[in-house]
Design a protein around this ligand. Structure first.
Ligand code: F6P
Ligand code: MN
Length: 374
């Protein structure tokens, strides 16, 4: 008699059924935070975020059966106003936003002072989130997040994700100027980043500034297990992940770069585009290549948000040995001037991103020379 392949694996399953004895995320955190004093304060908050991702995973899985699809309705039964990005807020966006707010503010043992969400117009102090007094706004860190990235994918059961970043609090006072404390370059201020991908498997990918690790949710035990140790993005790779429907609106260097890829030797490039940043970047992280959301004629800074999306992903890619560029500079060096700022984004294998940057430089120099000759 063959063993039932669908029988849930348990800690007591025969060793042959399990990949290996995998450490839990909790254990990983304990060890890293014990070894590295500078990240010790982050242990409870990262643990709370992992729990939030488990809750969001469950909600995503149950969205169809529990009628969580579609636009969020207000008390009057009408769709809520568009979010700050001008997008219709989905029911899931609202629920998952609340889960993330609470995980940072109540699960962080007071280390997070304020939070900024892609779904909300303005950042909030944790005291405000918890409807409590100033005791909740004393931490040394601030957190940014996108609770459900790619939420349009939900209706068609395609992958979605959650993205987050934790910054050391900026010099600006929180009182009355909450926004300013978030306006910092990623480089030097961003101390941890991560994403959770809800897809064929649910994977939490995290960096605390010393490499990148990945944890797959064991659906039977409800724990994240350390399946991807010290992830390194391949030095170069075949994937290119762009929304090519916008091709004619891309700048000349990006058009030339993409055309060059397609005219190269057959089989060297492979187009993949899910339409959820987390899924597309995870694919590039694992298989190598480049993800791009360039500027377009109508959106000169592209679509992705610097704080909630570009910087956390840039930190992960750099920590995994890859690169993250706006096409003309390092993403983590961009100084934000407002919290919902967008930035053109290219992330991935170091050689692929280098080539994209070189193409920008070549055509920018050529255009500058032509302009000088006029
Ligand atoms: O958050 C923005 C986002 O949903 C990303 O997850 C995704 O990569 C992108 O928009 C998709 O945009 P488009 O539909 O324009 O390709
Ligand atoms: Mn998003």
């Amino acid at each position: 008699m063959y063993p039932d392949p669908l029988a849930p694996s348990t800690p007591s399953s025969p060793a042959s059924q399990r990949k290996k004895k995998l450490k839990t995320f909790q254990r990983y955190l304990e060890v890293v935070c014990w070894k590295r004093n500078e990240v010790r304060d982050l242990e409870p908050v990262l643990s709370a975020v992992a729990d939030a991702c488990k809750q969001i995973n469950r909600i995503v899985q149950r969205a169809q059966t529990d009628d969580l699809y579609g636009a969020a309705l207000g008390p009057d039964g009408l769709p809520l106003a568009d979010n700050i990005q001008g997008e219709v807020q989905q029911k899931l966006d609202v629920v998952c936003n609340t889960i993330m707010l609470r995980s940072f503010c109540s699960g962080g043992s007071g280390c997070i002072a304020a939070v900024a969400s892609e779904e909300e117009d303005l950042p909030r102090t944790c005291a405000d989130v918890m409807s409590a007094d100033g005791a909740f706004a004393v931490g040394d860190y601030v957190a940014v997040f996108d609770p459900i990235d790619g939420s349009k994918n939900i209706d068609s059961s395609l992958p979605v994700g959650t993205i987050f970043g934790i910054y050391r609090k900026g010099a600006a006072e929180l009182d009355g100027a909450t926004t300013d404390t978030f306006l910092q370059r990623g480089a030097g201020a961003l101390v941890a980043s991560g994403y959770c991908l809800y897809s064929a498997t649910t994977v939490l990918v995290v960096t605390l500034g010393s490499g990148v690790d990945g944890f797959t949710l064991d659906p039977d035990r409800g724990v994240f297990l350390h399946t991807h140790e010290d992830i390194r993005v391949p030095k170069s790779g075949p994937i290119y992940s762009f929304n090519e429907a916008n091709f004619r609106d891309f700048s000349l260097p990006v058009r030339r770069y993409l055309t060059g890829l397609k005219e190269g030797a057959s089989g060297q490039a492979s187009a993949r585009y899910v339409g959820a940043l987390v899924a597309d970047v995870h694919n590039v992280l694992i298989n190598g290549g480049i993800y791009g959301y360039p500027a377009t004629r109508t959106a000169p800074n592209g679509k992705l948000r610097l704080l909630y999306e570009c910087c956390p992903m840039a930190m992960i890619m750099e920590e995994a040995g890859g690169a993250a560029s706006t096409g003309t500079g390092r993403i983590l060096d961009v100084m934000p001037t407002e919290i919902h700022q967008r930035a053109p984004t290219f992330l991935g294998s170091i050689e692929n991103v280098f080539e994209l940057d070189q193409t920008h430089q070549y055509y920018d120099d050529e255009l500058a020379e032509a302009a000088a000759g006029d």
